[in-house]
Design a protein. Sequence first.
Length: 135
Amino acid sequence: MKPTEHTLLKSERLYKKKDINALFEGGNLSFAAYPFRAVFRSTERDDVPARILVSIPKHRLRHAVDRNRMKRLVREAYRNNKGILCEVTNSLDCTVNIAFICISDKVSTYREVQKSVCKLLQRTAEALIKNKKTT
């Protein structure tokens, strides 16, 4: 096991405005697995295999405490399961930017969040493999 396998570094977070705008422009794939929707975009190889952005809209969860809890749960679920995606991106020699957007009106349990994040990571990995085979 690598020492950075179960960590979430700042370099693994999507925070540059240019990258975020590129992610939400047309032509990028998205999947939904309640309580989240994931939008992703594959780019050329960078220093990290994947970057994430977590968005919990204020009109979904009114209280900041609830939004912060959901963000913590998503980051933790991603941190523990990012190996699903990292293996694929390393083999395909690419980097993927992913945004997790909350579509639920209530705070979910960690089990629900983890199940959703795992499903979204697997679908993203499958889509990357399928996309690389066609090109």
